[in-house]
Design a protein around this ligand. Structure first.
Ligand code: NAD
Ligand code: ZN
Length: 341
């Protein structure tokens, strides 16, 4: 079957032919319809230090997708051939303390689809049926294909009560922008998002941010003054992984504020812990999506009118994958979808 794989230990991704994956007794076989390119795929494409240390040679990558179940193992229940599904990319062990307590997203033995094992940039993907998530008919393919990063946004944004709150989102990447959309949809008051990329700040405004701040040109505290915010943000969602952005959040959040951190800093970062202590802040780290509450919430948010369509800025046949990666690397895009049909 056709697939995109990391065939060489250098920047790039290559189209190749690989064997169709085998279906175990608890697995489903998914015929891939659409995939989306994740920031993680860009790290793998660029072959940075993290990718060098993590990605097995020759592996098929990709973990954002929608497809149709075409086969399943003898033990699978709850799915039928023909079901349209996306899937949770974190494959968990089922036997650690957190798994057995139902806190599956905190599994210490998590394995990533398209990171530690064969991924979704292929005509077929096999995953444990446990990880598959059925997509309702009223959710379009392009939206279902981005449920994985949408789930990061939903998990982070819904970590704290946002109703009537002033929310700061640092980082208007695809996930930060979707978090802004969620915050607005559930009733936050000011949703201020920061970045240094004008294209993405513009997209964030389209998606529901009430103010988009280019921190390379504008002063966040000045914007807060203009908005009549005299005390500070109630909730912070860190979605850039950039230390300066996190520090500006510590600076502008109110006493008693709550911060959910999704962005992954490149290395150790210096933090003024006095701000955390004297402001009495609550900081929560976020990894992945809650299984499967985040997935139910995603579907419900879409079905209650949250429109992610403007996030999908490029759709192209998979054979144009190089162009897709180039666009993602340029930063001049929302989500880029590759069509496998
Ligand atoms: P992205 O790289 O597309 O977005 C990050 C954005 O931050 C970019 O638009 C960049 O221009 C912006 N930025 C750079 N400097 C900034 C500054 N000083 N202030 C504000 N913004 C600035 O990434 P994404 O795919 O949207 O993901 C967001 C973050 O979440 C990344 O750090 C990613 O590694 C991380 N992530 C974490 C998880 C998890 O489970 N914890 C899952 C997926 C992604
Ligand atoms: Zn586990």
């Amino acid at each position: 079957m056709k697939a995109l794989a990391k065939l060489k230990a250098e920047p790039g991704i290559w189209q190749t032919e690989v064997d169709k994956p085998e279906v175990g007794p608890n697995d489903v076989l998914i015929r891939i319809k659409k995939t989306a390119i994740c920031g993680t795929d860009v790290h793998i494409y660029k072959w940075d230090d993290w990718a060098k240390a993590t990605i097995p040679h020759g592996m098929v990558v990709g973990h954002e997708y929608v497809g149709v179940i075409e086969g399943m193992g003898s033990e699978v229940k709850g799915f039928t051939v023909g079901d349209r599904v996306s899937g949770e990319g974190h494959i968990t062990c089922g036997h650690c303390r957190n798994c057995r307590a139902g806190r599956v997203h905190l599994c210490r033995n998590t394995f990533g689809v398209g990171v530690n094992r064969a991924g979704a940039f292929a005509e077929y993907l096999v995953i444990p049926a446990y990880n598959a998530f059925k997509i309702a008919d009223n959710i379009p393919d392009n939206i279902a294909a981005i449920f994985d990063p949408f789930g990061n946004a939903v998990h982070t944004a819904l970590s704290f009560d946002l109703v009537g709150e002033d929310v700061l989102i640092t980082g208007a990447g695809p996930i930060g922008i979707m978090a802004a959309a969620v915050a607005r949809h559930v009733g936050a008051r000011h949703v201020v998002i920061t970045d240094v990329n004008p294209y993405r700040l513009e997209l964030a405004l389209k998606m529901g941010a009430t103010r988009a701040v280019d921190v390379s040109k504008q002063d966040l505290k000045q914007i807060m003054k203009e908005l009549g915010m005299t005390e500070g943000f109630d909730v912070g969602l860190e979605m850039s992984g950039v230390p300066a952005a996190f520090n500006s959040m510590l600076d502008t959040i109110n006493h008693g504020g709550k911060i959910a951190m999704l962005g992954i800093p490149p290395s150790d970062m210096a933090v003024d812990w006095n701000k955390v202590i004297f402001k009495g802040l609550v900081i929560k780290g976020i990894y992945g999506r809650e299984m499967f509450e985040t997935w139910y919430k995603m579907a419900s948010l879409i079905q209650s009118g949250l429109d992610l369509t403007p996030m999908i800025t490029h759709v192209m046949p998979v054979d144009q994958f190089q162009q897709g990666f180039d666009i993602m690397c340029s930063g001049q895009s929302g989500k880029v979808i590759l069509d496998w049909s």
